[in-house]
Design a binder for this molecule. Structure first.
Ligand code: ATP
Length: 248
């Protein structure tokens, strides 16, 4: 008997609309005045339209597309960072969104304080973070800098700290936006290993990368986005062939 496939993600008719302001607004006062006088002109812009797909446990989906195709927006909608204008996203289990790592840090606070702040945002309790604190610091290799305000960190250091907190628990769905291409070579290897371990345990992955080689190596399925719509989906081999033809 065929093994029952367990559906963990369902994206149905998702659309995301942004309002692009057409004019330059100099400051908040200017904005409020223009708003009251109804002088603000917006261009409606659909960054995603009619997005439909499902993923089963253990699927690893590569999301391909040129700049501005809607890849990051799609990941943010699935992660719950953005609310879709229309359609629904249904997920089962824990999600670890590795998006813009370190972007949510408070620059004035130290690395130590940000571990607790960011950890709380990800839903971890103080007790859990106390228990995992040493592990986080060790993985990030920021022992010497942990009591320094994050504003004095390099972007790679922030990413390392963000990655170490975000991967504390094994998720059911892992959302990766270019994270494997940041940090130095040493940390890249280490983070890729940690993620590979999650793969072995059957995590479901959504992966955006401009490295086709990386997508082919890590994913089994793929979709190709163009101007916010899925124009191809299938195995990673099929879809990357179409993508390569389009970009050559
Ligand atoms: N907050 C926002 N407000 C207005 N427009 C936005 C916003 N976020 C994204 N967009 C627009 O939505 C479109 C899709 O952007 P997105 O970042 O998802 O593309 P992408 O495929 O990830 O591109 P890249 O490969 O450059 O990272 C772009 O045209 C972008 O300008």
């Amino acid at each position: 008997m065929a093994k029952q496939k367990k559906e963990v993600l369902k994206v149905e008719n998702v659309g995301m609309k942004f309002n692009l302001s057409q004019e330059k607004v100099d400051d908040l006062k200017d904005y409020v005045i223009k708003l009251l006088k109804r002088e603000l002109q917006y261009n409606e812009f659909w960054a995603l339209k009619n997005i439909n797909f499902t993923l089963n446990k253990g699927d690893r989906l590569g999301i391909l597309g040129l700049n501005g195709a809607g890849k990051s927006t799609l990941l943010k909608v699935i992660a719950g960072v953005l609310k879709a204008t229309e359609g629904t996203v249904t997920t089962k289990g824990k999600i670890a969104p590795l998006l813009e790592l370190g972007a949510g840090f408070d620059q004035q606070y130290t690395g130590r304080e940000n571990i607790y702040l960011y950890g709380a945002v990800l839903g971890f309790s103080k007790k859990f973070l106390d228990e995992k604190y040493e592990e986080i610091v060790q993985f990030s290799e920021l022992e010497k800098f942990i009591d320094v305000p994050v504003k004095n960190y390099s972007s790679g250091m922030k990413t390392r700290l963000g990655f170490s907190v975000a991967t504390l628990v094994e998720p059911d769905i892992l959302i990766l936006d270019e994270v494997l291409s940041v940090g130095d070579a040493k940390f890249r290897k280490k983070s890729e290993k940690k993620i590979m371990n999650m793969f072995d345990k059957g995590v479901t992955v959504l992966f955006v990368s401009h490295s086709l080689e990386q997508v082919k190596r890590l994913c089994n399925k793929a979709i190709l986005l163009e101007a916010g719509q899925i124009i191809a989906s299938g195995t990673v081999e099929e879809v990357s062939k179409i993508y390569e033809e389009k970009t050559n």
